[in-house]
Structure formats: C-alpha cells, structure tokens
Design a protein around this ligand. Structure first.
Ligand SMILES: NC(=O)c1ccc[n+]([C@@H]2O[C@H](COP(=O)([O-])OP(=O)(O)OC[C@H]3O[C@@H](n4cnc5c(N)ncnc54)[C@H](OP(=O)(O)O)[C@@H]3O)[C@@H](O)[C@H]2O)c1
Length: 372
C-alpha cells in the first residue's frame, strides 16, 4: 500500500533565483536582502509544491528557508530548521521524508533525525549512488578515453553518496585506478585501505589530484564551484551530481574539450510538481527525490538510508526501481547544465582540434554534441 512523502529543499547559492520558483516576482529582490532575512529571521518551513506521479497526489516539497551558505556556515541552526521542516512534513500527514541537497549534510545524512519514530527518514543517497554508478559506467563505456584502463577520481569520496559510489565502482573493478579526494584525511585513508585491495587507489586533499583522471565524479557538499578549468586533463569527462553545483557553466567555454554531464537525474515521466519547481522540467527528478518516491510508492515504513548507505541498500533501491519500471525511475538521458548531449568518442577528435597542451598525446576524450 502506497503512502505520501515530503522532500526537503533549500535555496542554493543564488537565493533570489531559487525563491522565484515559489513566486516569480521574488527574483527582483537583491540577494543581499535575502541573505540578511534568511539568516536573521526565524522563518518557518514553507510547503512549496504538491507532487503528482501517475496522476495521483503523492506528496509535498517543503522548503527550508536557509541558503546553501547558511546551512554550511551555521550547521546548528541549519539542523534546527531541517528538523522543523520534518515536523511540517509530519503535520502534512507524510509517512516518509527525503532530505534534499545540503539538508542531508547538516543532519549528518539523517543521523540527527534517527530517534524520530513518527516519520520515516531517508537521505536519498542509496538510489543516488545507484544512479551515479549507472551514469559513470555509461560514460566509461561511451565517452571516456582509455576506456579499457580508466582512471576515475571521486571528489567528496568520503561523503554519504561518495563512499557508496566508491565502493560500487571498486566492487567489480569498473575503474582501473581510483583517486579519492576530500578534506579530512582520516576517513579518506580508511576508505582507501578498504577499496585499495580491489583497485589501486590514491588519496588527496587537493583538487590538483584529479589532473590525470579520465572521469571526475563530483560529490562534494559545497556552495562553490570547486572544480575549475585548470584542474582537468585534456578531454576529461566530469559527472557533476552536486547541488548546489560545484561546476560553473563557464567551464564549457573555457574548456571546450571537456564534457560535463549532470549527475543524479532520474526520469519519472508522469512526475508533476504543482505550484512550484525545483529546477528540473516535468518528468525529471533528482535521484534523492526519486528514492523517497520509491519508498512511498512501495509502502515502506520507518527509516531507510541514514548516514552512508551500504552497497546492499543501494541494490535494494535498484530492485524497487525495477518493480516500478512502468513509472520510469531510470537515469535520465545525458544533459550538460540541463541541455541534452550525445555521448560518443567518434567526434572527439574534432573537439580536440581546439585544445592545447595535451599531456597524454593520444587523448581523444569525450564527444560533446549539443543536441538542441
Ligand atoms: N543529484 C542528486 O539527486 C543528489 C542526491 C544526493 C546528494 N546530492 C549532492 O551530492 C553532494 C554530496 O552529498 P552527500 O549527502 O554525500 O554529502 P556529505 O555526506 O556531506 O559528503 C560531502 C563530501 O564532500 C567532501 N567535501 C566537502 N567540502 C569539500 C571541499 N571543499 N573540498 C573537497 N571535499 C569536500 C566531504 O569530506 P570532507 O568534509 O572531509 O571534505 C565529503 O566527502 C551534495 O552536493 C548533494 O547536494 C545530489
């Protein structure tokens, strides 16, 4: 028996742009005004949109009125506001709540909500790991140079999604070599020791370490564009699943040889948000949202993915998605900053005509054709 769910979101780095998704005139207010108001005023959570799937009302999007920089800069207050949003979800009658974007990070992947018994909590990161893994494998098959011997860098590797994706790629040696990047060395070293027996693995606390990677997977929790043109190998492929984005669209102009693919996006063709949007067109959702929908539609009760999801939990979400395949729940066709792209190595040589300073001689990189 299915149930209803809530999904928590927050304004990302450009506050006005995201708040205008609730009411378009809000775009006219300068970001500095929002910054002060959101930081200082004890604003309650807002029901931002209703959620319909398959023509049925299945839940609500609940906005936490605190921006990405606020959440990362004042995690205690951020956590309190997320907890109030979860109260709101329960008051709306929801049985399960999914923690979108940095609402997961400030609650330690939902650990601070584990004691709640009135509502099931998930960080959505098990299905996100499944989708990012699927997308990464597709890129390794069809877009990455050195396809037989790929070097994959995972930035944010020790996080909730990052650690699960690292274990998935190491499990059957989908990557020939792994570079794991984060700031704290203790967790990095522990993860590298674990997966290093399956795949040669190195670690780093600086972004410079991705300079020889064929595929860079971004899974950091940051409000800034951490990955720049200067960090990437000629013809590198980037899978960016971060929210807010840790790549800037200017990367495409600065490095036309590089392919940036949007990560963690799922097709649910009958999905409609009623009264607002969260930055994706009808029929598409973020993977963490999709996990919460899977739980509600399959009648799951209780918590699901808290902290770092296990590989077994990731596989369970694949099973749920297979059971609901008539509703979609597959990785979306590839896009770059929301625009469709066609993958393939065949036309890569054309793009490489525009690049200089290759350090790997025969690098043909990934092909990028804007399909619209
Ligand atoms: N598309 C989707 O559906 C979807 C779903 C879930 C999550 N996400 C996004 O995925 C990202 C990760 O989420 P999460 O829940 O896994 O976050 P998390 O558990 O907080 O992990 C964040 C990771 O990033 C690292 N990190 C943070 N700041 C960094 C920096 N400046 N430089 C290098 N590493 C840094 C952290 O390690 P250190 O603290 O040691 O640096 C950690 O490894 C977020 O952007 C989130 O919004 C997207």
């Amino acid at each position: 028996m299915s149930s209803t769910f809530a999904f928590t979101v927050h304004p990302r780095a450009r506050l006005g742009e995201d708040l205008a998704r609730i009411w378009s005139p809000l775009a006219r207010v300068p970001d500095s005004v929002y910054d002060t108001a959101l930081r200082r005023l004890p604003l309650p959570p807002v029901t931002m949109a209703g959620i319909d799937i398959g023509g049925e009302h299945v839940g609500h999007v609940v906005l936490v009125p605190y921006g990405a920089r606020h959440l990362l800069g004042s995690p205690g207050e951020g956590r309190a506001r997320v907890h109030r949003a979860v109260d709101k979800a329960r008051a709306l009658g929801c049985d399960v709540v999914g923690l979108g974007a940095l609402t997961a990070t400030v609650t330690a992947g939902g650990v601070s909500l584990r004691s709640r018994t009135d509502i099931g909590v998930t960080n959505g990161n098990a299905f996100t790991a499944a989708i990012v893994d699927d997308q990464a494998r597709r890129l390794l098959r069809s877009a990455v140079d050195h396809a037989a011997d790929p070097h994959v860098a995972i930035v944010g590797a020790t996080g909730s999604v990052g650690a699960a994706v690292t274990r998935l790629l190491a499990r059957d040696r989908a990557a020939a070599r792994l570079t794991l990047v984060a700031r704290a060395t203790g967790r990095l070293d522990a993860l590298a020791a674990e997966v290093g027996s399956q795949v040669p693995t190195t670690t780093s606390t600086t972004m410079d370490a991705v300079a020889t990677a064929d595929l860079v997977i971004l899974l950091t929790a940051s409000a800034d564009a951490l990955l720049g043109a200067q960090h990437l190998a000629p013809g590198a492929v980037v899978l960016d699943a971060t929210q807010p984005r840790n790549t800037s669209p200017s990367l495409l102009d600065e490095r036309p040889d590089v392919l940036v693919v949007d990560g963690g996006v799922v097709d649910i063709p009958s999905l409609r948000l009623v009264g607002g949007n969260i930055g994706l067109p009808d029929g598409r959702s973020y993977a963490c949202f999709a996990e919460t929908a899977l739980l509600a539609l399959t009648g799951h009760r209780g918590h699901f993915s808290i902290g770092v999801p296990t590989v077994e939990l990731v596989d369970r979400t694949r099973g749920m998605a297979a059971d609901l395949a008539h509703l979609g729940f597959r990785a979306a066709e590839p896009t770059t900053f929301g625009r469709p792209v066609t993958l393939g190595r065949a036309v890569a040589a054309n793009r490489l005509g525009t690049t200089v300073g290759t350090t790997r001689g025969t690098n043909v990189g990934a092909a990028l054709e804007l399909a619209s």
